[in-house]
Design a protein around this ligand. Structure first.
Ligand code: DAH
Length: 313
C-alpha cells in the first residue's frame, strides 16, 4: 500500500471515530471535535503534498532527438509548397538546359560596372536612368535586369570558345525597379537572360531558339515576331513578341522581352574578339510568362503572400 493510500485509510478511520461524538457528554464534545478536526486537516495536508510531489516525478521526459514514427508528426502542420514562380522558373530552366544551355544564377546585389559599364552604357547616357534602379547607401545596385550577368557569363565560358566550342548560357534571376506598382508592374520580379556566342551566331538562330522555347513552354505551335528596340548592349536590338497562347483566346501579339546581337564593345570588355566571334542575347520577364500561362491579370499576387492565391497552384 502506498503512503497516500495509508493516509486515506487513516482519514476514513477518523471519520468513523468522529461518529462517536454523539455518545460523549455535551461538555466534552467541543474539545473532541477540535482534536478530530486538527488530525483530519493534518492528514489532508500530507496527502496534498504527496500528490504534488508524485505529479512532478511522473512527468515523462520527451526525447526531442528521437525519430518520428512514419506519418506521425509531433506537431500537425499544413505543409507549404513551392512558390508558383519558382515552379515555373524550374520549367523554363529545364527547357533551356535540354536545348544544351548552361545555367548560371543571377545575384540580388550588383554594382555599377555590371549594371551599366560592362553593357556599353556610355557614362552619363540617359539610358542609365531608364532602368529606375534602386541603390544602397554604399552605391550598390539591386539588379534592374538579368543582363548584369552577361559580362560574367562571357568571361566564365570564354574558354569554351577558345576550345572550338560556343558559349550557351541562361541566367534566371530576381530583378528590382524603383517604379510605381500596379496590376502589370512590380518593383520586384523575375527575368531569364540568354547568351549565345560562336563563330557564326546570327539572328536566325536566335529566333529559332526563342520560337522553340515558347512552343515548348506553352505546349503549342506559336509564331514570334520582332519590332525595333533600343538597348546599348545589342546592335541591332529588337523587342520580341509572341502570338497569344490558345489558353487566352489566341488572337493578337504580346511583347515578351528584348533581344539582339551582342554589341562588339560588350564582347571586347569580356576579352572576346568581336572580329572572330558573334553573339546574341535576350531577356524577358518570368512573371509575365506565367501570368499568360494561367490567365492571371494582377502581377502583385506573386509577391503578396496571399495564401488563398498560392494554394490554387
Ligand atoms: N535587359 C533588357 C531589359 O530588361 C532586356 C534585354 C534586351 C536583354 C536585349 C537582352 C538583350 O539580353 O539582348 O529591358
Amino acid at each position: 500500500m502506498s503512503e497516500i493510500e495509508k493516509l486515506k485509510v487513516e482519514l476514513k478511520n477518523i471519520n468513523a471515530e468522529y461518529a462517536k461524538i454523539k455518545t460523549l457528554p455535551p461538555e466534552e464534545r467541543g474539545e473532541f471535535g477540535r482534536q478530530m478536526n486538527a488530525k483530519k486537516q493534518a492528514i489532508l495536508r500530507q496527502i496534498t503534498e504527496l500528490e504534488e510531489a508524485a505529479e512532478s516525478e511522473n512527468v515523462e521526459p520527451i526525447d526531442v532527438s528521437a525519430p518520428c514514427a512514419p506519418n506521425q508528426p509531433i506537431f500537425k502542420l499544413d505543409l507549404g509548397s513551392k512558390h508558383p514562380l519558382m515552379v515555373e522558373l524550374d520549367r523554363v530552366v529545364k527547357i533551356y538546359s535540354d536545348m544544351g544551355f548552361n545555367v548560371m544564377e543571377s545575384r540580388q546585389l550588383d554594382d555599377e560596372f555590371h549594371m551599366f559599364d560592362s553593357l556599353n552604357f556610355a557614362q552619363g547616357h540617359p539610358a542609365r536612368d531608364g532602368y529606375d534602379t534602386f541603390r544602397t547607401s554604399e552605391g550598390f545596385i539591386p539588379p534592374a535586369h538579368t543582363s548584369t550577368m552577361q559580362h560574367r557569363a562571357l568571361k566564365k565560358y570564354k574558354k569554351d570558345l577558345e576550345n572550338g566550342g560556343q558559349i550557351a548560357v541562361v541566367i534566371p534571376g530576381r530583378v528590382f525597379r524603383n517604379e510605381d506598382v500596379d496590376a502589370t508592374h512590380e518593383h520586384t520580379f523575375y527575368q531569364c537572360e540568354g547568351v549565345f556566342v560562336s563563330k557564326d551566331a546570327n539572328m536566325g538562330q536566335m529566333f529559332g531558339v526563342l520560337k522553340r522555347f515558347f512552343e515548348l513552354y506553352y505546349g503549342q505551335k506559336l509564331n514570334i515576331k520582332t519590332q525595333p528596340g533600343y538597348f546599348p548592349f545589342t546592335e541591332p536590338s529588337a523587342e520580341f513578341l509572341i502570338e497569344k497562347p490558345a489558353a487566352l483566346g489566341g488572337k493578337g501579339w504580346l511583347e515578351m522581352g528584348g533581344c539582339g546581337m551582342i554589341h562588339p564593345n560588350v564582347l571586347k570588355t569580356a576579352g572576346i574578339d568581336p572580329e572572330q566571334y558573334h553573339g546574341f542575347a535576350w531577356g524577358g520577364g518570368i512573371d509575365r510568362l506565367v501570368m499568360l500561362k494561367y490567365g492571371l491579370n494582377d502581377v502583385r499576387y506573386f509577391e503578396s503572400g496571399k495564401l488563398d492565391f498560392l494554394e490554387e497552384f
